[in-house]
Design a protein around this ligand. Structure first.
Ligand SMILES: [Zn+2]
Length: 273
C-alpha cells in the first residue's frame, strides 16, 4: 500500500460521493412480511421516487458526478430513475440483487448466481455493465472480491480498514478497494424505524455537517481521500440535501480538490501506482 497518492491534476485530495439507492429492498430482505407494510414500503420508495430527483438536481447545480449503487431488483422496479441517472452522466454501480449481505449467503455459488443475475438486469434494462460494487450493509464474504474481479469489476467500496485506496489480490488479478467508514455513512445518523427497531434516532443535520466537514478537512490536510456514502431514502430529505449542498460548496471552495465518481478514482489509483 502506498503511503500517499498523487491525485489527478496535482490535486491535494480526492473526494468521491456515492448514494446507495436501496429503495424497498433492504426492508424486504430484512423481513419479507414488510413487503405488505405500506409504512416500510413507503419509506423505502422515498429514495428512488422523491429523494433521487432532488439529489440529482443538487448535483447538477455544481456539475458533480457521483456513483449510484443500485440493487438489481430496484433497477427492474424503477428503470426510468436508473436511466435518468445515467443520462445525467453519473456512474451506476452494483449493490446486490435484493440487498443480500454476501457474508450471510450460503456460499460462493449463491453469491455468484446473484451477481450474474444483477449484471444481466443492468445489461438488459440499462445497457451497461457496472465496474464498481458496494456490498449491501458493508458485509462482503470471503468470496466477494474474487467473484467481482472474475466478472470484470474494477473496484469494491466499503471495507473499513484504511483511509486510502488499495488493492485486494485475487486469483483473477487485483481489485481496487475504495474504503469507507460508518462515520461517512448517512444511515447511522438518519435511518429510522420504530418497529422493527432500526437506527440511532434522528440526528440534527448540523451535527452531521460538522462531522463530515471535519472528516473532509482531515483528508484534505493529509492529502487523502474523502469517500461519502448516502442513501436517497434518508439523505434525500430537503433539510439533509441543503446540508449536503453546503458540504459540496465547502469542498469546491478549496479549488485544489479532485471530486470524481469512484470509478475514476479507482482507475486513477491503478494508473499511478
Ligand atoms: Zn444498501
Amino acid at each position: 500500500m502506498s503511503e500517499s497518492i498523487r491525485w489527478k491534476n496535482g490535486a491535494r485530495c480526492a473526494v468521491a460521493l456515492s448514494f446507495d439507492v436501496d429503495g424497498e429492498s433492504p426492508w424486504i430482505h430484512r423481513d419479507p412480511a414488510l413487503a405488505e407494510r405500506p409504512l416500510h414500503m413507503g419509506m423505502g420508495a422515498y429514495g428512488p421516487k422523491t429523494g433521487m430527483p432532488r439529489i440529482m438536481r443538487v448535483l447538477d447545480r455544481y456539475d458533480v458526478k457521483v456513483c449510484f449503487f443500485i440493487p438489481g431488483w430496484i433497477v427492474e422496479r424503477y428503470p426510468d430513475m436508473a436511466r435518468e441517472a445515467l443520462r445525467r452522466g453519473h456512474e451506476i454501480g452494483h449493490h446486490g440483487y435484493l440487498h443480500e449481505k454476501p457474508f450471510f449467503l450460503s456460499g460462493r455459488e449463491e453469491e455468484e448466481a446473484l451477481l450474474v443475475k444483477s449484471l444481466d438486469i443492468f445489461q438488459s434494462v440499462l445497457g451497461v455493465r457496472p465496474r464498481g460494487s458496494r456490498s449491501p450493509s458493508c458485509d462482503p464474504s470471503k468470496h466477494t472480491m474474487e467473484l467481482l474481479r472474475k466478472h470484470g469489476f474494477v473496484y469494491h467500496s466499503n471495507v473499513m480498514d484504511t483511509d486510502l485506496p488499495y488493492c485486494h489480490k485475487t486469483p483473477y488479478g487485483e481489485l481496487v478497494e475504495l474504503p469507507t467508514s460508518w462515520v461517512n455513512n448517512d444511515w447511522v445518523y438518519f435511518g429510522f424505524s420504530a418497529v422493527p427497531p432500526v437506527g440511532n434516532g434522528i440526528w440534527s443535520q448540523e451535527d452531521v455537517f460538522e462531522i463530515w466537514k471535519e472528516e473532509f478537512e482531515g483528508a484534505y490536510e493529509e492529502g487523502g481521500f474523502f469517500n461519502l456514502m448516502g442513501h436517497p431514502q434518508v439523505i434525500g430529505r430537503p433539510s439533509r440535501m441543503r446540508m449536503v449542498e453546503r458540504l459540496i460548496q465547502h469542498i469546491l471552495a478549496k479549488k485544489d480538490v479532485w471530486i470524481a465518481p469512484p470509478i475514476e478514482v479507482a482507475e486513477h489509483y491503478l494508473s499511478q501506482r
